[in-house]
Every structure is written in structure tokens, then in C-alpha cells.
Write a protein that binds this ligand. Structure first.
Ligand code: 5GP
Length: 179
């Protein structure tokens, strides 16, 4: 993909490997949620590609909802302040919720969302994250389904952005600044 001047992309996880892992996660989730009323809650915007692929890899009549929270804004540093920009459209009462997130970094965002969804009367709440930067964790959050553990590097692609760019990359890449 064409990049901005002074930026280069280095592939960290290839699209083909993402596809395989998402298929595995989908099969596992299908098995675990047999006969359960499952709702996926995608955290916008970063999870939109992952949710689309994961949902189709799960062979169950699930529902899908989205939440949007502010975490990083236009910066790449976590502020620790989480604000709900878009809340759930539907009740999760008595439903089995799987929160679908692109990446867990400090854990602050998911920790907040996890508590928020639990307080809404769900039958169960679990977390599925495509990427995990475990070395950066500040608060412990249970990641029940995990795609890949990655090193402490800022990544883009497959829904993840830097200043709203590169969400449409098929691979997950690190951004290298050349100037
Ligand atoms: P946490 O609250 O766990 O520190 O941050 C989670 C959120 O930070 C993610 O949903 C994502 O929006 C953003 N984030 C954390 N690490 C990265 C990264 O390497 N790349 C991008 N694009 N976003 C990240």
C-alpha cells in the first residue's frame, strides 16, 4: 500500500495468518457457546474488520452490537480516561456477551468496558481480543480468547489506525518513520 512521506510499513502479521487464527477462534467460540444466546459487542472503530470476519467464522445465530469509547484520541499514548461515545443499542440482560476488541494494551479501556457491560445484567461477559501487548498491562483484564501476543510496538492495519489511516490494510504492520 502507498504510504505517507516519511513512513514505511513493515508486516508483522500476514493477512493469511490472521485469517487462519480468526477461523480457529470462531470454531472455538462456536463450540463454547452452543445453545447460548450470544451477542458480540465490537468496540469501535478498531474492531470493525475483526468483528466482520469473526462473526462469519462463528456458526451460531448470534447478535451484534457496537460501543464506541474514546481512549487515545489522536495521540498514541493512553490517557487512562475512558469515555463512552456510543453506548449499546440493545439490552444485554440474560445474554451471553463476548466483547470483541482489536488490541489490549494497558487494559484500561477493556477494564472499563468489562465493568460497564457486567453491570447491565448479562448472563456472562467474556473478552476476545485479536492482539495483546501483555508487557504493557497496567490493569489485569481477563482475555478469554486471544489472537496473537505482540511486542510493545505501535501497529496498524486490519482495522487499526494511526490518525485514522491504514485501517484498510489487510496485514498488521508496524509503522517505521524514515525521516
Ligand atoms: P488500552 O486501554 O488497553 O491501553 O488501549 C486499548 C486501545 O488503544 C485499543 O482499542 C486501540 O484503540 C489503542 N491501541 C493500543 N495499542 C495500539 C496500537 O499498537 N495501534 C493502534 N492503532 N491502536 C492501539
Amino acid at each position: 500500500m502507498q504510504t505517507r512521506a516519511g513512513e514505511q510499513l513493515e508486516v508483522l502479521i500476514q493477512a493469511q495468518d490472521i485469517r487462519l487464527r480468526v477461523e480457529q477462534l470462531g470454531a472455538r467460540i462456536t463450540y463454547d457457546y452452543q445453545d447460548k444466546d450470544l451477542i458480540l459487542i465490537g468496540i469501535l472503530k478498531g474492531s470493525f474488520v475483526f468483528v466482520a470476519d469473526l462473526a462469519r467464522a462463528i456458526d451460531l445465530p448470534l447478535a451484534i452490537d457496537f460501543m464506541a469509547v474514546s481512549s487515545y484520541g489522536m495521540s498514541t499514548q493512553s490517557s487512562g480516561v475512558v469515555r463512552i461515545i456510543k453506548d449499546l443499542d440493545h439490552s444485554v440482560e440474560q445474554k451471553h456477551v463476548l466483547v470483541v476488541e482489536d488490541i489490549v494494551d494497558t487494559g484500561l479501556t477493556l477494564n472499563y468496558i468489562y465493568g460497564h457491560v457486567k453491570s447491565r445484567g448479562a448472563a456472562s461477559v467474556k473478552i476476545c481480543a485479536l492482539l495483546d501487548k501483555a508487557s504493557r498491562r497496567q490493569v489485569a483484564v481477563p482475555v478469554h480468547y486471544k489472537g496473537f501476543e505482540i511486542p510493545d510496538e505501535f501497529v496498524v492495519g486490519y482495522g487499526l489506525d494511526v490518525e485514522e489511516r491504514y485501517r484498510n490494510l489487510a496485514d498488521i504492520c508496524r509503522v517505521v518513520h524514515t525521516s
